[in-house]
Design a protein around this ligand. Structure first.
Ligand code: OAD
Ligand code: ZN
Length: 257
């Protein structure tokens, strides 16, 4: 995966309707459809108390010896697993967090047979904790771990609640999280399924993502319908592509639709 270039970051604002009016429109789309797909990112979990990456109080604006996007790269993990795990334990492992109103409503919509899939860039497992069944994790999950050498799977506990770097019982290799680090490719099968859902969706709701990390952000181009809602606190480079743009907290919006 890679970040969006500076020049590409030009944004456009969709104006017009007030927030309440826009939420009414979204509620109407949701009520009328049984083919909704959701695609989200870190902003979906901020209301659960997990900081996102690129907001002012996000992880990328906190002080570390290295920028987090460097720490979260494959080269860095291989060269400096001690520092990677210092960051992992301090910032990625968040105990006692609960799904918020956005996660819970999405799970409800799936149960009602209206939502086909949740496609997420998040690694926190909160959609599943809320009850969502069909969750496509583009960037993997911090709740799974495996040995880098012999591939033996490990319970997340072993990696998330240990001192320093966890090692494999079988071969002594370093145990790593089943997440996609910078410089690593995404799982092709997960990507293809995500693409398929988006291509065939009637309503696509994108929320809580800066849409700045590729290839995930590029999924938006595959949507062919006319009901694309973008629910994000800040502007994104894709606001002008959306049929409805709501700059509001996603939990707040989902509690009203
Ligand atoms: P970012 O931190 O880039 O973007 C989060 C977006 O959510 C920002 O645009 C915020 O304005 C918005 N936001 C925050 N709280 C919100 C709320 N309550 N309601 C609505 N919007 C809110 O996170 P991602 O786009 O997910 O990769 O970043 C993509 C990838 O970059 C992540 O998956 C991560 C990172 O490197 C890995 O960890 C593997
Ligand atoms: Zn091993």
């Amino acid at each position: 995966m890679r970040e969006l270039g500076e020049v590409e970051k030009q944004t456009y604002t969709a104006g017009g309707m007030c927030v309440d009016g826009k939420i009414d429109v979204l509620r109407g789309w949701i009520a009328a459809s049984d083919n909704i797909v959701f695609f989200g990112g870190a902003g979906v979990s901020t209301e659960s108390g997990i900081p996102d990456f690129r907001s002012v109080d996000g992880l990328y604006n906190q002080q570390w010896d290295y920028p987090p996007e460097t720490i979260l790269s494959r080269t860095f993990f291989d060269r400096n697993p001690e520092e990677y795990y210092r960051f992992h334990h301090a910032k990625l492992v968040v105990d006692g967090v609960k799904p918020n109103r956005a996660h819970l409503r999405l799970a409800g919509l799936e149960r009602e047979g209206k939502l086909k899939a949740v496609i997420t860039q998040n690694i926190d497992g909160l959609h599943q904790a809320a009850g969502s069944k069909n969750v496509l994790e583009l960037h993997g999950s911090i709740l799974r771990a495996y040995c880098t050498k012999c591939r033996a799977p490990y319970p997340a506990e072993r990696m998330n609640h240990c001192e320093g770097v966890p090692h494999c019982d079988v071969c002594g290799g370093i145990v790593r999280p089943d997440i996609v680090l910078y410089e690593e490719p995404l799982d092709q099968r997960v990507m293809e399924r995500a693409l398929d859902y988006i291509q065939n969706a009637e309503v696509l709701i994108i929320g809580g993502t800066s849409l700045g990390v590729y290839p995930a952000a590029g999924l938006i181009h595959y949507y062919r319908g006319s009901k694309l809602a973008l629910v994000n606190l800040s502007e994104t480079p894709y606001d002008r592509y959306a049929d409805l743009v709501i700059h509001e907290k996603i939990g707040e919006v989902f509690s009203q639709v």
